[in-house]
Design a protein around this ligand. Structure first.
Ligand code: HEC
Length: 309
C-alpha cells in the first residue's frame, strides 16, 4: 500500500493515506520515514503524503521534521512547519529558532505558514519572529490578511465570538456600558435585563424600542420616559440621565442594544450596529436642548416615523 502514496494519480495517494491511518498499523512507520526523507527517489508528492500519514498515525518525530524543513520543495517545508505544531506548542525553543531562520524564505507560503504556526505562541522568541515577518512584509496583502485573521481568532478566544465582532473602540464602549448597567440600571431593570419580580421597570431584553431606531434609546436615556409602554404602566418614571457625558450615554445605550437585542439588527432595509457613538448622543442632545419633561412612547414613535420617512 505504501507505494500508492507515491502514485501519480491523486485518488490513489489520498486513499492509500486514509487506509494506512485507519488501519493504524505502526509497522509501516520506518518505511514512511524513509519515504518522507526522499529515500528511494520518492517524489515530492509522495514525500508530502508520507509526512501527513506519519502525522495521522501520531508517529511524527523531530528528526523527520528537521529533515523535511530542509526539503527542496516549498510545499513540503510548509507542511513540515504545520505538522511541527505539536512540538511548537510545547515551546521547543530549538525548533522555534530553526523555523525562525526560514522567515526569509522567498516563498510566501512559508512566511504565511510561520505566522499561522507561531502567531499565537507565547514565547518571546516566537513573538520576535512573528514581529519581524510583519515588519518586513508590511506591504504584503496576504501576510497582513493572515495577521488579521489570527488576531480575530485570538479576540474570539478572549472576548467570545459575539464581542469579537466589534472593533476595539466599540468593544471598550460596550464593556464600559456593561459596568454602568450593573451598578445603576440593574437595580430597576434586573441584572439580566428581564426586569424584577416587583415590576418596578420594564424588561429591556428584546424591548422593541431599543431594537428599533437607535435615537429612541438615546432619547429615553437623555430625557427619561413616562406613561405606559405596550399597554403596561409602571409605578415610577424612567429618569433623565443627561447630566452624564455623551460618551457615558453612548456606552450604556450600546451595551443594552448589544446585550439585550443582539449585535446588529435589521432596521428598514439596512443593518444597524448595536453600537452608538458619542457623536450620535451629541446630536440628540442639541436637538432637544431645552427639553425638561420626560418623553412618552407615542412622542418617540412619531419622531422616528417622521425622521425615517
Ligand atoms: C429607578 C429605577 C430605574 C433605573 C435606575 C433605570 N430605569 Fe430605565 N426605566 C424605569 C422605568 C420605571 C421605566 C418605564 C417608564 C415608563 O413607564 O414609561 C424605564 C424605561 C426604560 C427604557 C424603555 C424601555 C422600553 O421598553 O421602551 C429604557 C431603554 C431604559 N429604561 C433604560 C435604562 C438604562 C440604560 C438605565 C441605566 C442607565 C436605566 N434604565 C435605569 C426605571 C429605571
Amino acid at each position: 500500500m505504501l507505494t500508492y502514496l507515491d502514485h501519480p494519480n491523486g485518488w490513489w495517494r489520498d486513499n492509500a493515506q486514509k487506509q494506512i491511518i485507519i488501519l493504524d498499523d505502526k509497522s509501516v512507520v520506518p518505511a514512511l520515514k524513509a519515504m518522507a526523507s526522499g529515500k528511494n527517489g520518492t517524489s515530492a508528492l509522495g514525500r508530502l503524503h508520507a509526512l501527513w500519514t506519519l502525522e495521522g498515525l501520531n508517529a511524527i518525530d523531530k528528526p523527520t521534521i528537521y529533515a523535511a524543513l530542509k526539503d527542496t520543495d516549498p510545499q513540503i517545508r510548509k507542511a513540515a512547519i504545520w505538522i511541527s505544531e505539536i512540538f511548537l506548542k510545547q515551546n521547543d525553543q530549538t525548533l522555534i529558532a530553526t523555523i525562525g531562520k526560514m522567515a526569509n524564505d522567498e516563498n510566501y507560503d512559508i512566511k504565511t505558514q510561520i505566522l499561522l504556526s507561531l502567531g499565537t505562541n507565547k514565547s518571546a522568541l516566537a513573538k520576535q519572529i512573528v514581529q519581524d515577518i510583519l515588519t518586513q512584509n508590511a506591504h504584503n496583502q496576504m501576510i497582513m490578511s493572515v495577521k488579521k485573521s489570527i488576531d480575530k481568532n485570538e479576540d474570539a478566544k478572549i472576548y467570545g465570538i459575539k464581542l469579537a465582532g466589534f472593533s476595539p473602540p466599540e468593544r471598550k464602549l460596550i464593556l464600559a456600558g456593561g459596568e454602568i448597567y450593573k451598578s445603576l440600571c440593574s437595580a430597576c431593570h434586573g441584572a439580566d435585563g428581564k426586569g424584577l419580580p416587583t415590576n418596578a421597570a420594564p424588561a429591556l431584553r428584546g424591548a422593541k424600542h431599543i431594537n428599533a431606531d437607535k435615537d429612541i434609546a438615546i432619547r429615553i436615556l437623555m430625557n427619561g420616559l413616562k406613561g405606559p409602554i405596550e399597554g403596561k404602566t409602571y409605578p415610577s418614571v424612567m429618569l433623565a440621565m443627561n447630566d452624564n457625558s455623551d460618551e457615558w450615554v453612548a456606552s450604556v445605550v450600546s451595551y443594552i442594544r448589544y446585550e439585550f437585542v443582539g449585535t446588529s439588527m435589521r432596521v428598514g432595509k439596512g443593518r444597524q450596529s448595536a453600537v452608538v457613538q458619542a457623536s450620535d448622543v451629541k446630536k440628540i442632545r442639541e436637538q432637544h436642548a431645552g427639553k425638561t419633561e420626560p418623553w412618552t412612547i407615542e412622542e418617540l414613535e412619531q419622531l422616528s416615523a417622521v425622521i425615517n420617512q
